[in-house]
Ligand binder design. Structure first.
Ligand code: ZN
Length: 298
């Protein structure tokens, strides 16, 4: 059993967020075996077991996005229909004030952390019609750029009804524009992720940081291609999976399940790549193995 290195961990002045970066699978496995993370998972198990009969798990805490105390709710019923539902801590645990999920609220904290100390920073989020974008624009004003994918036949950079269209495989921005880029759960929906990774690195300034989240399968070595676009036609290699809780057969098709091979793909473009394991009881960022990638351009 290995202790978390305090020198490598970082947090805010209250010590409320525990975030520890690691570079590879071996380090990650050692890290998640550290007592502080094991204890966290035991706590979650305890909460889940003591409320086994409830559809709703509610915990209180301080919402970083709302900047005040709030309640966070995890509704198990609509997401899981099995007899013994598994709580999806990462994508649930919505703040009752701002509506943002655990994953999104934690990225608010990490965005502020990444923006700190930069002079007139520019920030780009690969989302526009979301609560996260509204929070970002409220925080950083004109420095904020957001975009949505509006369709295969739309020219990159087109603005329709105030919403900019971008395809992460062919971004229309100039080189080295942004200090910080936040991309949450987009890359698994991309046909050619290496092209997207190249583009994200291209538009990042030297010294900039990409904060990237995907549904990462931390016990898988390889990436698995679930679907493929061939001449505009979708070819399925695995049973189709969609995100966004849409009607059956709609929503965002998942093209990839990512394992540790993604780290190699990221290292092919970026100068530093870390998987950050984090948790915070105070901020209601609860969940087993919560993580995101922080990639830097030298
Ligand atoms: Zn909130």
């Amino acid at each position: 059993m290995q202790a978390v290195s305090a020198a490598r961990a970082w947090s805010d002045e209250l010590g409320a967020m525990l975030a520890v970066p690691c570079g590879d699978r071996e380090a990650f496995d050692a890290l998640r075996s550290a007592p502080v993370f094991v204890h966290h998972r035991e706590l979650l198990k305890h909460i889940t077991n003591t409320r086994a009969g409830d559809d709703l798990i509610s915990v209180d805490g301080f919402c970083w996005a709302c900047n005040r105390t709030s309640m966070f709710h995890l509704n198990r019923r609509p997401m899981f229909r099995s007899e013994s539902p598994v709580a999806n801590w990462r994508d649930g645990l919505y703040c009752e004030r701002c509506g943002m999920s655990n994953r999104v609220r934690s990225m608010c904290w990490f965005t502020d952390d990444a923006m700190r100390g930069r002079r007139r920073p520019m920030i780009y989020a690969t989302e526009r019609k979301t609560a996260f974008y509204e929070w970002l624009a409220g925080r950083y004003g004109d420095s904020t750029v957001g975009s949505e994918f509006l369709g295969e036949d739309v020219a990159p950079g087109t603005v329709a009804n105030g919403v900019r269209h971008e395809n992460v495989e062919e971004l229309s921005f100039s080189d080295a524009v942004f200090d910080v880029i936040v991309s949450m759960d987009v890359l698994e929906h991309v046909n050619e992720p290496r092209r997207a990774i190249h583009q994200l690195r291209r538009v990042l300034k030297p010294g900039g940081a990409l904060l990237l989240s995907v549904p990462f399968v931390n016990d898988a070595s390889r990436n698995i291609r679930r679907a493929e676009l061939r001449s505009g036609t979708v070819v399925h290699h695995e049973p189709p999976m969609y995100h966004g809780y849409p009607p059956p057969g709609q929503g965002w098709l998942v093209f990839w399940d990512y394992g540790w091979e993604l780290v190699d793909d990221l290292r092919g473009e970026f100068d530093s790549v870390e998987l950050v394991l984090y948790q915070s009881c105070q901020y209601g960022n609860l969940g087993p193995n919560l993580s995101f990638f922080r990639c830097g351009r030298a």
